[in-house]
Ligand binder design. Structure first.
Ligand code: Q9C
Ligand code: ZN
Length: 672
């Protein structure tokens, strides 16, 4: 199961033929530098190369009107003057005699990718295309886009492959209004977009890009907008939105396919976005989506105008699709106040539609109240105010000129670190009589070990200890990726690992304990952070580094578990930035196999993928799912989430609030 890469030089063969400051950033080199970076780093060789094809009329008509298609069809034969005039009907877009051909290839590339993924030819993939798509509407080109590649792909996946639910994640820095309009009243396609908004002062300056556009009719709740009201958003802001909005909603939605409007103008250095997230954030964004839909993910290029930042971001995305270890995101800062305000607004309007967000803090503060009170008048004034804003913006743009853009181009950031695959992906530490799952390498059995150590007394204990030590040491030096150990007494093994081994070798260990166990380790020094998810309700939080999460209905409560994972565990993990993850499964924890696999998959985002799973010998039945997840196979979808259980998310929400003083990544409300 590989990763598809779709690219064709043909799509570099159109460009802006006249002077237009709004369009000059959309250049053919965007595509060629991205592809060359993939070639140079050897990533393209590791992908399955899939050729594009032209989308058929019938496919384009899944999203666009006949009149519009007929109009675009005429552009190859137009004179320069005709092309200019045709272009004038639309905003921030240009036409060229070859753009119709390229637009058919761009949409067709997205369809080829969907075919490859939906038929199981590959697991996932990326299409490098021009022109981009997410701004184009039923009857209009817009924002460099001609046909809406991803919207067409979503309709096609439903029609041709029977996908029932499609998730579209639009991480481009512009609002894909074309995608929103296309699926506004459609509950089978969930559209998520974050975008530079600046309270409607940023292009495309639409009232309906704000957080309160949630979809219409039966599609209500299936449109999720996160407006950025300031520039300069960082990795922590992006991760917060993923953890506290997108991922919980996406898991509850349970898509059959994930499409990504993969624009990289949301990365540092981009003259359009002016954001500060680094290219390696896309490794994490990609990874966090890779366990949805059984791993079926198709990324389709949209924007990205700083050629250096763009190429690095594309490489990070593809390398993650290929399954390489994730880069460590060190020194995450707290989400900024403006991001927290957006987060709170989005969660507050979406909590009506998603049971997983039900306990999000609603807001009744004055600025939202004012907004609510004036909103009925909005519809009448929208056109007028949009025009006013556009005029004001035009003035501003003249004033800004090239200075601002240059300052972005000149931004510097370190090149993303190398992401080396360990020579051995996964190992097992097993009793001699236990079978080793396929694909795992068995770590030396006890008889191979040094006699004198065994003579020291408790031979079994020493042998296990010694093998675990070897394993952790080899993870530290990246000779081994991850591992699983079956031990006779999990509690004793955890104690031995955290007290005697882990903290000597790595400075921070994240211990995730599923199920009940009295944990009495020293945790005050921050050398380890313990997050325990269990069904019991008596544990007291002891200081900043021991966090017991109690699910009243036990670990089998999928909604509660998901809330704990995205609302607490992942943000804590990102903030803590461990060098090793120790995942402990207590016997009788009640966690389901699917959830367990999801958890392992998600935890691979930390510590460059170095996870050690500890399980009890008599709990060997879940060895299969564990091995599969450690080897990087996507977890099966959590179907049961679709039937919401009565929940106890209120307690979890209160716990998150309490912890926010110590852990900034848990914040979801502003002080505004
Ligand atoms: N200062 C995509 O990223 N506005 N389209 C340009 C230039 C239009 C972006 C203004 C931006 C369109 C796919
Ligand atoms: Zn964009």
């Amino acid at each position: 199961m590989g990763t598809a890469l779709i690219y064709d030089e043909e799509m570099t063969k159109y460009k802006l033929l006249w002077v237009d400051p709004a369009c000059k950033i959309e250049v053919p080199e965007r595509l060629s530098v991205s592809y060359e970076a993939l070639v140079r780093t050897g990533l393209s060789d590791r992908c399955v190369s899939v050729p594009p094809r032209e989308a058929l009329d019938a496919e384009i008509l899944l999203v666009h009107s006949e009149e519009y298609l007929e109009g675009v069809k005429k552009t190859p034969h137009m004179t320069l003057e005709d092309l200019k005039e045709f272009t004038l009907q639309y905003g921030d877009v240009y036409f060229h005699p070859n753009i119709y051909h390229c637009a058919k290839l761009a949409a067709g590339s997205a369809l080829q990718l969907v075919d490859s993924v939906m038929t199981g030819k590959v697991r996932n993939g990326m299409a490098l295309v021009r022109p981009p798509g997410h701004h184009s509407m039923r009857s209009a080109a817009s924002g460099f886009c001609v046909f809406n590649n991803v919207a067409i792909a979503a309709r096609y996946a439903k029609q041709k492959h029977g996908a029932e639910r499609v998730l579209i994640v639009d991480w481009d820095i512009h609002h894909g209004q074309g995608v929103q309009y296309c699926f506004e009243d459609d509950p089978s396609v969930l559209y998520f977009s974050w975008h530079r908004y600046e309270r409607q002062k940023f292009w495309p300056n639409l009232r309906e890009s704000d957080y309160d556009s949630v979809g219409k009719g039966s599609g209500a709740g299936f449109n999720v907008n996160v407006p950025w009201n300031e520039v300069g958003m960082e990795n922590s802001d992006y991760l917060s939105v993923f953890c506290h909005v997108l991922l919980p909603v996406a898991y509850e939605f349970c898509p059959d396919l994930v499409l990504v409007c993969a624009g990289f103008d949301s990365a540092i250095g981009d003259p359009e976005g002016e954001m500060c997230a680094t290219p390696d954030i896309f490794a994490h964004l990609t990874h966090l989506l890779m366990n949805l839909a059984g791993g079926k993910l198709c990324a389709v290029l949209e924007g990205g105008y700083n050629l250096t930042s763009l190429a690095q971001s594309v490489c990070q995305t593809v390398q993650t699709l290929l399954g390489d270890p994730l880069p460590q995101l060190a020194n995450l800062r707290s989400p900024c106040e403006s991001a927290l305000e957006s987060l709170q607004c989005v969660r507050s309007v979406q909590r009506r539609y998603w049971s997983i967000l039900k306990h999000a803090v609603p807001y009744f503060n004055t600025s939202c109240l004012v907004r609510f009170l004036i909103s009925p008048a909005d519809s009448a004034t929208t056109d007028v105010s949009n025009k006013r804003i556009k005029l004001a913006k035009a003035e501003e743009e003249k004033a800004e000129t090239a200075e601002d853009e240059r300052s972005q181009e000149e931004k510097v950031w370190p090149e993303p670190a190398e992401r080396l695959r360990p020579p051995v992906c996964s190992v097992s530490v097993l009793p001699d009589d236990a079978a080793c799952p396929d694909g795992l390498k068995r770590l030396a059995s006890s008889k191979d070990l040094n006699r004198s150590m065994e003579d020291a007394g408790d031979a079994d204990g020493v042998a296990t200890f010694s093998r675990l030590y070897t394993l952790i040491e080899k993870m530290r030096t990246n000779e081994i990726g991850n591992g699983v150990a079956l031990v006779p007494d999990v509690a004793a093994a955890v104690e031995c690992v955290v007290q005697d081994l882990g903290s000597d070798l790595v400075s921070r260990v994240l211990v995730v304990c599923v199920g009940k166990e009295e944990l009495n380790y020293a945790t005050a020094d921050g050398k380890m952070l313990v997050v325990q998810i269990s069904g019991e309700d008596k544990e007291e939080q002891k200081g900043k580094y021991y966090i017991p999460v109690c699910l009243k209905k036990g670990c089998g409560d999928t909604v509660g578990f998901i809330q704990a994972v995205f609302g607490l565990l992942l943000p804590l993990g990102y903030e803590y930035d461990p060098g090793l993850v120790l995942l402990v499964r207590m016997p009788g924890s009640g966690v389901g196999d699917c959830m367990w696999q999801q958890l392992i998959g998600l935890l691979k985002g930390f510590a460059k993928g170095h996870t050690l799973v500890l399980m009890q010998t008599n709990d060997g039945a879940c060895m299969g799912p564990t091995a599969s997840a450690l080897l990087g196979h996507p977890a099966p979808p959590l179907q049961e989430l679709l039937t919401p259980l009565p929940d106890d998310g209120g307690a979890l929400e209160r716990m998150r609030e309490r912890l926010q003083a110590d852990w900034k990544m848990l914040q979801t409300t502003g002080e505004w």
